[in-house]
Design a protein. Sequence first.
Length: 160
Amino acid sequence: MATATKNLSAYDKATIPNAKNIRFGIVVSEWNTTITEGLFNGALAALLDCGALKENIIRWNVPGSFELIHGSKKMIATQPVDAIIAIGSVIQGETKHFDFVCSATAQGIKDLNVQTDTPVIFCVLTDNTLQQAIDRSGGIHGNKGAEAAIAAIKMATLGN
């Protein structure tokens, strides 16, 4: 398992561009709130640590991970953001619903990255168990939200 040997929260601040003048959107799924709030807190802490200003961070909530696509698309169309972090959590259940939601969400976010000039960072945990999600949203493997924030900074400054 890749995250077993990597702390998702670890980054070398000296290698990250200053985020002071970057505007960020964060779209957060309300499904599995304990997990998505942990991811949001990790992303927010990393953005602020790298110089982002609170007034340059917009948060929108959507009902679930599937809705992250439309929320991100709407944010790109209506808000002056340089990058978006799409935060969600889908945990395996007893039906194929997990597979469809994970696949559609990943494809939809990929499509936004192809169709628009605003990078949309995929911060959707697709775990087999609740414990795996806890471990990756501030637990023993760190916080995928922090990793997504660093990716958002890097993508917003790509080519600058």
